[in-house]
Design a protein around this ligand. Sequence first.
Ligand SMILES: Cc1cc2nc3c(=O)[nH]c(=O)nc-3n(C[C@H](O)[C@H](O)[C@H](O)COP(=O)(O)OP(=O)(O)OC[C@H]3O[C@@H](n4cnc5c(N)ncnc54)[C@H](O)[C@@H]3O)c2cc1C
Length: 399
Amino acid sequence: MPIPLWGPRVDPAVVAAVEATVAAAVAPDAERIDREDVYPLAAIRALAQAGLTAATFPVEHGGGGRPLGDLVAVFEAVATASAATATSLVTIFQAGETIHLFGGEPLRQRYLPRIAGGLVCSFAMTEARGGSDVRQLDTRARRGADGWVLDGRKAFVTSASAAELFVLLAQTDAGVTAFAVPADAPGLTLEVTPATRTIGLRNGPHVDVVLDGVRIADDQRIGEDGHGVRVAATVLDHSRVLVAAIGCGLARAAFDGALAFADHRKVGARHVIELQGIQWYLAELLAEIDAARLLTYEAARHLDAAAPTHHLPRDAPARRRGLLDIQRWSSSAKLLATRTAVHAALQAIQICGVRGCLETAPFGRYLRDAKTYEIAGGSSEVLKNTLGDYLIAAVDGPG
Ligand SMILES: Cc1cc2nc3c(=O)[nH]c(=O)nc-3n(C[C@H](O)[C@H](O)[C@H](O)COP(=O)(O)OP(=O)(O)OC[C@H]3O[C@@H](n4cnc5c(N)ncnc54)[C@H](O)[C@@H]3O)c2cc1C
């Protein structure tokens, strides 16, 4: 009897339900979504119907009120079939989490139930000049008579081709600030250029969002004026655990494909799995994927444990400790899981030989998606900087 390799790390019933939805609504279209570079709208609507686009948001706002570990299981399962679909869920989570954690009550009531219903969202920080560093932005938000007027251009916005809501960062007189901007706001247009197509995470072009005198009400501002960098950093800390889960899903998919090949294919008298050199590749990957999964679910546990500290006063020591804890675990998890996914995809191609290199095999897609996630959502270099800052804080400053 086959032994299940990737045992559930949360309630098995939750995982089984998610896997059934993924098998029915995500897997059949995964290859086409990547090839045609289109947004997986049908899959997202099906995932929303199954309650999976807002699983961790409060019940009173239409969410599931579930722990982050459950959402990790969702992202892991979706990514075993389609990392592009999982990345579509990431941008929905990022926009929703910004509103959930920092939005005023009217904004939460306006958008969180719609996100639970499948509203497509994007999260736009990056600009042509500001990628890894968003402390100074060219997109401006000026106070108008009854709200804000936005002008500028956000670059590389994932899911933007289908987005109905953008959560974006703009510069005000007080500093970087977060706003919720409906996609149909007059003055907002999308610009698709050849430079917006990526090798991986192809859920539609990563388009530029152009803002030309876009007017929004004051209650569409998220969090305090000038506090957008902290808002974005907090949300990215949370979504990094979900990206780590995508890394785990991709790594599993690559591993499973390679294992099935090695079990099935004969070279001379022996099956490939009987060759010790190949067994060692698989053995190393098994250990790496186990480690990445354990770390990712542990990171989710730490984030849930630190959640109550968000609402403490800014200078409360417990809040600072909670923040550091979140940064440590989410950065470590994304760093390790995306690296593991790249390694698993590469090794899977090696194990499968020419059949690993075929366009009809999924391994090239896994590799492109995994590699792209070593950059998107916090590059590996930036994550290591975050861990370096954590270590300096841990020793209470240099010297
Ligand atoms: C597929 C994809 C989807 C994306 N989707 C979105 C999106 O939806 N919304 C959005 O806002 N952005 C998005 N981005 C942009 C992404 O957030 C940026 O690519 C990322 O922040 C890195 O910025 P950059 O590419 O401009 O690299 P740069 O900032 O130009 O950095 C170049 C290199 O230097 C390294 N580097 C930078 N700073 C440091 C440092 N201090 N120390 C050491 N090394 C450093 C980087 O890691 C990188 O290797 C997406 C990117 C990709 C690839």
